[in-house]
Design a binder for this molecule. Structure first.
Ligand code: HEM
Length: 414
């Protein structure tokens, strides 16, 4: 493996398999103790139907980088008893034209077509406009005691930032935001059939919207990413299907996970006043603290791959079609990765994690997500707001793949 740790050997273990099903089918507020039990009893678990379940950093990282593993049927029910399987797989067919579900060489072409926009240099140019928006949203939050951090800042900030980049008109943003939030049931292992029907309908509305928007950009291009895509020279242009899926993916990925990172981060800071004090005392820690928040409570808890070609991995012969599930939240709390993994410590010099995955699908928006979170912390922990209180305990959003808060009521004190 890349960091030199020897990979474990797959074992079958009915009790551990039961624990894995439980983790997926009955999500809990605090999944980390169950992750730990699974990692300690069967770190490389082979289930009865041939799904490989990974909970340590070394195996998760190696699997994410493995050339014989890629995108295929890994999201079709995750090998769960009673999982939504086929219905989910069909609905994903449409998003399937995006880079997220593609393998090389299509993946390489799709990712390159928009990659330059998300480099560190381009993202740094957005700092001033993200700061303006952050001040505006924070001002709104400060005016009301017990206002919702999610609705007032954690959701609208990243929605507006990605919408500015893409060129989604102001009036449409908050109309299509809830549809993305419905669509993500397609990524949830334990989504029920009604949620998947609603997700498929929301996805159809988004496809219709972006079809029209791309046509409008082609007729009347502006300085934005959708216009660039729609008017690219013939030989570099994506197909119509690919352009629609790419728009949909960038819009959705651009806020859904960042919203959850912001709410998980605030929640963790309020649970750990000493850590909040440390950041207030030394704001230079904020960039590495953001990595620690990503590690400590990742917005994406589950990733998966399909075996594309028969291969040996972790002492096991795997056949094409077998599914590999990686519990990223468990890998981030692996004691071989960091000391005292269950402790939030904003002074860790270089916290490593898999919250943006690893290998060729490594999050394209990582620089953007980091910058937005850094800016929010810089402003929220500034002397302008001497204290932050949480009048009630917040509510978690349902699900296991994506982890965040539904609401987080806060009061900002001058
Ligand atoms: C891919 C996490 C923010 C765009 C991914 C993957 C993860 C991830 C885990 C890999 C999925 C896989 O392996 O199948 C996150 C987290 C975020 C975040 C935790 C926020 C905290 C963003 C933002 C964008 C974005 C702001 C903006 C456009 C993408 C895209 C991919 C991706 C396009 C697909 C890359 C590929 O398939 O090559 N993200 N993401 N993400 N992310 Fe993010």
């Amino acid at each position: 493996s890349p960091n030199g740790t020897a990979l474990g050997t797959a074992t079958s273990d009915p009790a551990a398999e039961q624990l894995f099903f439980e983790i997926f089918l009955t999500p809990r507020d605090d999944p980390y103790p169950a992750y730990r039990r699974l990692r300690e009893t069967a770190p490389v678990l082979l289930t009865g139907d041939g799904t490989l379940v990974l909970t340590r950093f070394a195996e998760c990282d190696a699997a994410l980088r493995h050339r014989s593993f890629g995108k295929g049927n890994e999201l079709a029910g995750f090998g769960l008893p009673g999982g939504a399987g086929e219905q989910q797989r069909q609905a994903q067919g449409r998003l399937g034209h995006s880079m997220l579900f593609a393998n090389p060489p299509e993946h390489t072409r799709l990712r390159r077509s928009v990659g330059s926009v998300f480099t560190t240099r381009h993202i740094q140019d957005l700092r001033a406009s993200i700061e303006d928006r952050t001040r505006k949203h924070l001002g709104q939050l400060a005016r009301r005691s017990g206002g919702d951090f999610v609705d007032t800042l954690a959701l609208p900030l990243p929605v507006n930032v990605i919408a500015d980049l893409l060129g989604v008109p102001e009036a449409d943003r908050m109309v299509f935001t809830p549809k993305v939030r419905q669509m993500v049931a397609l990524l949830e292992p334990a989504a029920d059939p009604e949620a998947i029907t609603a997700a498929a309908a929301a996805e159809a509305d988004l496809v219709a919207y972006f079809t029209d928007l791309l046509a409008a950009k082609r007729a009347d291009p502006h300085e934005d990413l959708l216009s660039r895509m729609a008017t690219a020279p013939e030989q570099a242009r994506l197909s119509q299907q690919e352009m629609i899926s790419t728009s949909l993916l960038l819009f959705g990925a651009g806020f859904e996970t960042t919203t959850n990172l912001l709410s998980n981060t605030l929640h963790a800071l309020l649970d750990h006043p000493d850590q909040q004090a440390a950041l207030r005392a030394d704001p230079a820690l904020i960039p590495t603290a953001v990595e620690e928040f990503l590690r400590y409570d990742s917005p994406v808890q589950v990733d998966a791959r399909t075996v594309l070609h028969d291969t040996d991995f972790a002492g096991t012969h795997l056949k094409a079609g077998q599914v590999i599930v990686m519990l990223l939240g468990a890998a981030n709390h692996d004691p071989d990765l960091v000391e005292q993994p269950d402790t939030l410590d904003v002074t860790r010099p270089e916290p490593a994690h898999l919250s943006f995955a690893s290998g060729i699908h490594f999050c394209l928006g990582a620089h953007l997500a980091r910058l937005e979170t850094q800016i929010v912390l810089e402003h929220l922990l500034s002397p302008a707001y001497a204290a932050i209180t949480r009048p009630t305990q917040p509510q978690r959003r349902p699900g296991i793949a994506l982890r965040g808060l539904a609401h987080l009521p806060l009061t900002l004190h001058p």
